[in-house]
Design a protein around this ligand. Structure first.
Ligand code: DLL
Length: 437
C-alpha cells in the first residue's frame, strides 16, 4: 500500500529521537505549568521549581496524577499559564450542572492542534480533492471545530454541517459531492436507516471514507457501518482535556490508533494501584500534553481503559498504537456521543420536591442510537391516578434534564416505593447496550 504521511520526519522518527523530543517538550511544558496557580503549588511541593529539575522522562513519575476534579477545583483560571490577552479560544465540558472543565488555547495552540488533526486525516488517505462533511456538533464540544480546522489544513473542502437533520445531510452529500464524513459511530449507523427511509440511492453519493469517534464502538460495529454505507471507517480518539480529537487515530492499516507521541506522553496504569501495567496489558490511559502552552496538563487520568500494541505498525510510523477503548474506570456514560455522569441526573431530579427517593437510569439501544430512560418515583403525597400533574412533572423533569445534560431522555414516573431497592450498593444505572468491544 502507498501510505501517506503528513509529516514523515516526525511520524517515522526513530524511537530514541522521539523520546529526546518528548523530553525537550516536557521541559517546556513544565515551564508553562509552573506559571499556573495549580501546578506552581503542586510542583514546588515535590521540589520541581524549574524546568531544569526535569532531567529524564522518568522524572515525570514523580509528578502526581491530575484528575477531572482537580480541573474543576481550578475553575476558571487555575490552569491558565499565559496572559489572558494571549488566549484566543476556550472549549469546555457541556453540562450546565456542576463546575465545568475549561481548556484555553493560544493562537499557536490552535495551529498545533490543526496540524495534529491534519496528520490524522491525511494518514487515512484523504487529500485536497476531498469534500469533507463534518456532521458533528460545533460549539463548546471539540469535535466540530477540531476536525474543521484539520480538514482545512489538509486543503479539503470542509462543509460545517453540524449534527442532526439527516434529510439536509443527504442533500448536501448529493449537492457538493461529499467524499468524507465525520460523525459519532451511532449516528453513522443511524444514517443508513435514514437513507432507506428517505429513498436516497447510495449510487447517488460518492462517499468513500468516514471518521467515527467520541464514543466507544466495537470492531463489529465498524464492519457493519462499512458494509451498510460502503465506506472505509477510521476510529478517532480524543478528549477535551487533551485538546479534543487528534490525540490518536487509525491509519490506512485500520489496526489500532496511533497516539502522537511528540504531542502526548502516554502511560497505562492499573486504575486501582495506579502502578504501570505490563506492556500490552489493559489499564487506564494517563496523558501528559506536550503541544499546548495556554493550559498545560500533566499526567491526566483519562479513565479510559485500553492497552498498547506491542509491535510496530505496518505503515512504518513509530508512534505506538492504542487498542480500541474497552470501557471506563468511572461511571461516565456516553449517550450518542454526549458524556453524562449519573450524578448530574441525580442532582436535577433530587432538587424537585415532587420526586420521591428512588430512581433508575436505563440505557439501551434503539436501533443504532442510544436511548436513555430516567425512571423516578414520585413523592408519597402525589396521587398516581391524576394524570395532569403527573404529565406536567414529566415535562418539567425532561426539560430541566435537557437543559442540564444536553440530551432529552424519556421520563417514566413510578409510584412511591415501587422501584427496586438493592440490598447492597444502590444500583442507579442499568446499561443494557451490548458490550461487544
Ligand atoms: O469526545 C473528543 C472527540 C471528538 C473525539 C470527536 C473524537 C471525535 P470529550 O467530549 O471530552 O471529547 O469526551 C472524551 O469520550 O475520554 C472517551 O471516554 C470517549 N471517546 C472519545 N473518542 C473515543 C473513541 C471528545 N474513539 C471521552 N472510542 C473520552 C471510545 C471515545 N471512546
Amino acid at each position: 500500500m502507498n501510505y501517506q504521511y503528513w509529516d514523515p520526519q516526525i511520524e517515522k522518527m526513530p524511537r530514541k529521537e522521539l523520546e529526546e523530543l518528548q523530553l525537550k517538550k516536557l521541559k517546556e511544558e513544565i515551564r508553562f505549568a509552573l506559571r499556573t496557580p495549580f501546578y506552581k503549588k503542586r510542583l514546588s511541593g515535590i521540589g520541581i521549581n524549574s524546568q531544569d529539575d526535569i532531567k529524564t522522562l522518568d522524572d515525570l513519575n514523580r509528578i502526581p496524577f491530575t484528575t477531572k476534579d482537580d480541573l474543576r477545583d481550578g475553575f476558571p483560571y487555575g490552569f491558565l499559564s499565559i496572559p489572558k490577552e494571549d488566549v484566543v479560544r476556550l472549549h469546555s465540558s457541556s453540562g450546565t450542572t456542576g463546575t465545568p472543565t475549561v481548556i484555553y488555547f493560544s493562537r499557536d495552540d490552535l495551529k498545533r492542534w490543526a496540524d495534529y488533526m491534519a496528520r490524522c486525516i491525511y494518514s487515512t488517505g484523504c487529500g485536497k480533492n476531498d469534500v469533507f462533511q463534518n456532521m458533528i456538533t460545533y460549539g463548546l464540544f471539540t469535535g466540530g471545530l477540531g476536525f474543521h480546522q484539520g480538514g482545512e489544513e489538509v486543503g479539503m473542502l470542509v462543509i460545517p454541517a453540524g449534527a442532526g437533520n439527516t434529510a439536509r445531510q443527504f442533500k448536501m452529500m448529493q449537492d457538493y459531492g461529499t467524499t468524507v464524513l465525520h460523525a459519532t459511530p451511532s449516528f453513522l449507523l443511524h444514517l443508513e436507516t435514514k437513507m432507506k427511509e428517505a429513498g436516497v440511492d447510495r449510487e447517488s453519493l460518492v462517499i468513500k471514507r468516514a471518521f467515527g469517534g467520541a464514543e466507544p464502538y466495537s470492531e463489529d460495529t465498524r464492519k457493519r457501518i462499512e458494509a451498510l454505507l460502503k465506506v472505509d471507517v477510521y476510529n478517532s480518539y480524543g478528549l477535551s482535556e487533551m485538546n479534543g480529537p487528534g490525540v490518536a487515530f487509525e491509519c490506512q492499516c485500520k489496526d489500532g490508533l496511533h497516539i502522537w507521541e511528540d504531542g502526548y506522553i502516554a502511560e497505562i496504569v492499573n486504575p486501582d494501584t495506579l502502578e504501570p501495567v505490563k506492556n500490552g496489558e489493559i489499564g487506564e490511559l494517563v496523558l501528559t500534553i506536550l503541544c499546548r502552552e495556554a493550559t498545560p496538563i500533566l499526567r491526566y487520568r483519562t479513565r479510559d481503559l485500553t492497552a498498547f500494541y506491542t509491535e510496530q505498525c505496518k505503515c512504518g510510523r513509530t508512534h505506538r498504537r492504542l487498542k480500541r477503548i474497552t470501557g471506563r474506570s468511572d461511571d461516565m456514560l456516553i449517550i450518542n456521543g454526549v458524556n453524562v455522569f449519573p450524578s448530574q441526573i441525580e442532582e436535577v431530579i433530587m432538587s424537585m420536591k415532587e420526586v420521591g427517593n428512588n430512581y433508575l437510569i436505563v440505557v439501551e439501544k434503539d436501533g443504532a442510537l442510544d436511548r436513555m430512560t430516567v425512571k423516578t418515583e414520585v413523592s408519597a403525597d402525589i396521587f398516581m391516578d391524576d394524570a395532569r400533574p403527573l404529565n406536567a412533572l414529566k415535562e418539567k423533569i425532561k426539560e430541566t434534564l435537557a437543559a442540564s445534560i444536553s440530551i432529552s431522555p424519556k421520563v417514566e414516573l413510578h409510584e412511591s416505593g415501587s422501584l427496586p431497592v438493592s440490598e447492597g450498593k444502590a444500583v442507579r444505572v442499568k446499561d443494557t447496550r451490548p458490550k461487544d468491544v
